[in-house]
Design a protein around this ligand. Structure first.
Ligand SMILES: Cc1cc2nc3c(=O)[nH]c(=O)nc-3n(C[C@H](O)[C@H](O)[C@H](O)COP(=O)(O)OP(=O)(O)OC[C@H]3O[C@@H](n4cnc5c(N)ncnc54)[C@H](O)[C@@H]3O)c2cc1C
Length: 219
């Protein structure tokens, strides 16, 4: 990925906790972007930005970022202290994890959901199945909105708790159990490197062509 280094000052419009340790940060939108792209964010232009997928649609007037606190991390615990009107530094959008109009599967662990939120809000969700994996039932923070937008094509996989309508187990277990994964669909993978590599291997084993697998790893 060619990392964008050009950085600009933006204005925080809202920071909201949507589940324990998971937040949505909004700031004014000074650029166009393609759903699936990322930005680099920092509070100090001298420090290396951390990368975040844009989670809002490309017709909205705000940029939204979905992130979780990394306890030992540097930026995330500072981001949650921001207040409306504060200054933040953002790069221009970059990356090539683009949503396409072909049918496909949006597969995410944790906050890897973010680029798909942008793609769905931008009108690319109609012929997609969204598979979201999380440890607890609280991981499905945006489930009410997603159920409305995706209906039956929204699958929640929970590894540590049981819930109504929720698949019991990791999303990789869910993928392993699928007998028909169409070879002519696109398979988007986004989240931890463990999930992305395991899911990729399962898809290839099941006959999905390598070229139809598009991945974004959060590290
Ligand atoms: C393409 C891409 C997109 C991403 N999109 C998102 C997103 O949409 N939402 C999201 O929540 N996250 C996303 N991430 C992850 C995000 O960029 C950050 O890594 C994350 O938010 C943690 O940032 P931090 O500054 O709080 O932690 P960091 O300071 O980066 O620390 C992260 C981890 O590294 C360890 N660490 C830090 N410094 C050292 C060191 N010197 N030696 C050893 N270990 C160290 C820390 O203990 C911690 O466990 C994305 C990553 C990539 C690459």
């Amino acid at each position: 990925m060619q990392v964008e280094t050009d950085i600009m000052q933006v204005r925080v419009e809202e920071i909201r906790e949507i589940s324990p340790d998971v937040y949505i940060l909004s700031y004014n939108r000074p650029f166009q972007f393609v759903p699936g792209q990322v930005v680099g964010l920092t509070l100090d232009p001298e420090e290396a930005p951390r990368l975040y997928s844009i989670a809002s649609g490309n017709r909205e007037d705000r940029i939204q970022i979905l992130f979780n606190i990394v306890p030992e991390g540097s930026l995330t615990k500072k981001l949650i202290k921001l207040k409306d009107g504060d200054t933040l530094y953002s790069t221009k959008p970059f990356g090539s994890f683009y949503g396409k109009s072909r049918p496909g599967y949006f597969i995410a662990s944790g906050t890897g959901l973010a680029p798909y939120l942008s793609m769905i809000e931008s009108g690319l969700g109609k012929n997609k199945v969204l598979i979201h994996g999380g440890r607890t039932l609280k991981s499905f923070y945006l489930q009410d909105e997603l159920k409305k937008m995706m209906g039956e094509n929204y699958i929640r996989c929970c590894s540590q708790e049981k819930g109504d309508g929720v698949f019991e187990g990791r999303l990789t277990k869910y993928l392993r159990q699928q007998n028909e994964l169409p070879a002519d669909h696109d398979y988007y993978l986004c989240g931890s490197s463990e999930m992305v590599s395991e899911a990729r291997d399962i898809l290839i084993d099941k006959g999905v062509p390598f070229n139809n697998i598009i991945a974004e790893i959060y590290f």
